[in-house]
Each structure stands twice: as structure tokens, then as C-alpha cells.
Design a binder for this molecule. Structure first.
Ligand SMILES: [Zn+2]
Length: 209
């Protein structure tokens, strides 16, 4: 089972990925995490990546595909894998197809209105780091940290303006990707406005018991 999970910020990708991995014993492959790990290890690859990033450049598709190609040969991928954060573009999806491609693309689709509501509902504690969500997981007293009593704040990423910018980027990059997998007959669209458990159920129905 080779999967890619597509969804905008706050669509619930991370939560669903954890549930899918647990049920089907798949490997979770985040290209962002892998690059950061290589940089931290100061491997040859890591040093290359570090240099590219320090000059403000983007890691090339060739480099990322080379990393993914090696990663999916590892033991924990024998039942399959979920890719997170890759492919982001049609060009990357084409390169992925050259090394075996995927079986299914799960697209958690959600309206911008709902996503913005979720994004701006996020609150964090500047003192202890606890995080809350005014809609899904509110603090006991509004605006106050349950753990340490500090006044909660909003991350810069989670303002309306920043949220709108992140969603715009997502649409520009991912809509062609969604269309690409749709043409291949591999796209499964899930209504992301449902509750977390209903989304999970819909994904499991697509993947089979
Ligand atoms: Zn706190």
C-alpha cells in the first residue's frame, strides 16, 4: 500500500496519517523530517542540504527523489508507506512515478472558510508550550493555560493573514497535483469538514479493511 496524503494546513493530515499507519503498519515518510535529520547528522547529504538552505535555495527535485528512492527500500516499508510533504508539484509526482509511484492519493478536502476558522482557533502558551484549540480542544478557562495559568497567545503563522497566504500557496501547488492523480484514477477525495472520526472511517473505507 503506497499512499500520498494531500491536504491544506489544518485539514487534519497529521492526525489521519497516525491512524492509517497504526492500522495498516505502514512507514511514515516525511521528506522535511528526513532532510532535517540528515542536516543534524552532518552526513554528506546533510552538508549539501545545509549549504543549499543557507543560501536561501530550494532542495532540488532530483535530490529529494534520490532520498525517497533510498528510503522506500528500507525494511519498515515492506507493507507500504505514506508520503507526507512530497510530492508537492506535478513535476515531483512524475519523478515519483518513475521510481514506482503510488497506489492511492487521499485528498482531505476542506473549504478555506473552515480551515481558517481552525487555524485562527489555535492558541499556545508562551511559558510552558502547551497548545490548545478554541474549537476542538479549548483550555478550561478561555485564554488561560490549564497547566501554568499563563495568558495564551497566537503564533504568527496562525493569524488570518498568514493563514490565507498559506492556503493560497497550497491551492497553487496542490490543485494541479490533485488533477494529476485524478487523471490516473488514483485520487480519493474525502470531505474534510466532517469530524476526525468520520474522516478516519471514510479513509479506511477507501483503503479496505
Ligand atoms: Zn502554560
Amino acid at each position: 500500500m503506497k499512499l500520498v496524503l494531500i491536504g491544506a494546513p489544518a485539514a487534519g493530515k497529521g492526525t489521519q496519517a497516525r491512524k492509517i499507519i497504526a492500522k495498516y503498519s505502514l512507514a511514515y515518510i516525511s521528506t522535511g523530517d528526513m532532510l532535517r535529520a540528515e542536516v543534524a547528522k552532518e552526513s554528506e547529504l546533510g552538508l549539501t542540504v545545509k549549504e543549499i538552505m543557507s543560501t536561501g535555495g530550494l532542495v532540488s527535485d532530483e535530490l529529494i527523489i534520490a532520498i525517497v528512492k533510498e528510503r522506500i527500500k528500507e525494511d519498515d516499508c515492506k507493507n507500504g508507506f505514506i508520503l507526507d510533504g512530497f510530492p508537492r508539484t506535478v513535476v515531483q509526482a512524475e519523478k515519483l512515478d518513475e521510481i514506482g509511484g503510488i497506489d492511492k492519493a487521499i485528498y482531505i478536502n476542506c473549504s478555506d472558510e473552515v480551515l481558517l476558522e481552525r487555524i485562527t482557533a489555535r492558541e499556545t502558551c508562551p511559558k510552558c508550550g502547551a497548545s490548545y484549540n478554541k474549537l476542538a480542544a479549548p483550555s478550561k478557562v478561555a485564554g488561560i493555560c490549564d497547566v501554568c495559568g499563563e495568558k495564551l497567545t497566537q503564533r504568527k503563522d496562525d493569524t488570518i493573514e498568514a493563514g490565507q497566504a498559506r492556503l493560497k500557496t497550497f491551492h497553487e501547488q496542490s490543485e494541479p497535483l490533485v488533477e494529476y492523480y485524478n487523471k490516473q484514477g488514483k485520487l480519493y477525495e474525502i470531505d474534510g469538514t466532517m469530524g476526525i472520526d468520520n474522516i478516519t472511517e471514510a479513509i479506511f473505507a477507501v483503503l479496505g479493511e
